[in-house]
Design a binder for this molecule. Sequence first.
Ligand SMILES: C[S@@+](CC[C@H](N)C(=O)[O-])C[C@H]1O[C@@H](n2cnc3c(N)ncnc32)[C@H](O)[C@@H]1O
Length: 281
Amino acid sequence: MGRAARAGGRPEGCGLSDILAGQPADEAALAEIYDLEHDAIVEDFAFYREMARRQGGAVIDLGCGSGRLFESFLAGGAERIVGVDGSAALLERAEARIGVHPALAKARADGRIELVEADVRGVARKDRFALAVLSGVIAHLDGPEDAVRALTAARRLLDRGGVVIVDTLGPGGLPPHDLPLSVDWEKQAGDRRIVRRSRLVRNEVPEGLRVAYSTLTDVVRADGTISRLPASFRLWYPSAAALAALAEEAGLEVEAVLGSHDLDPLDTDSDRCIVVARPAT
Ligand SMILES: C[S@@+](CC[C@H](N)C(=O)[O-])C[C@H]1O[C@@H](n2cnc3c(N)ncnc32)[C@H](O)[C@@H]1O
């Protein structure tokens, strides 16, 4: 699921709203590993800060995980941030992140940050937002129907002038072939050594690329004992054209399709596919 794995040709990103539930390994442990992986991603911070600045108003982060992007929204002047995720374990980590970051903690104390456990495919609220973000989330949905549900829900959350950003892997970031079980990374976390292995199997389908992604994470403690955390995810990567068509089906008008967080246009080498859309008039 990890975007951090992108550089190594591994994907990001199940049809479930809690991607950690139902895994054979402990959810809290998987959430910790998730943070180890995802906190390394910072290259999109300036993009999200500037989008929050450009839009002004409130931001809803749909599939916020552990709140990696909250700091960027706040730095961009977001009046309020609502983080929605299906995973209670990841939302707990978001709470912890807020607690140790002074500006986020203050915003939370002032009632400007709210965390909500919900399914992005059906989230509905009374308040409205200038910016709705689906970053790294589409891949976890079960395919086009679920994507339209999530995009429709996002559209309904927007205020007048509001924008939805859908951020997923671009054509250059997709795994070009199956990958056998191999080591992705090793990291030291305190006195524990974490070793992540994964394998993936691709399946090209009319609606994009489906990937069966299995990870095996070993936590090696100082005394030599090992906890092995297995997990598997079904991921889905629509093509840019398919994603734009789904956005239109959800009542959105596509304003731009970008290939990077530096605003490069999308091409066949682009690592990212970022769709910026507004409610159709
Ligand atoms: C790859 S992570 C991205 C997290 C964050 N947006 C970021 O960019 O760092 C995908 C997130 O989507 C959440 N998710 C996946 N499907 C969901 C659903 N149907 N409803 C709510 N959250 C979902 C997962 O729990 C996970 O936190």
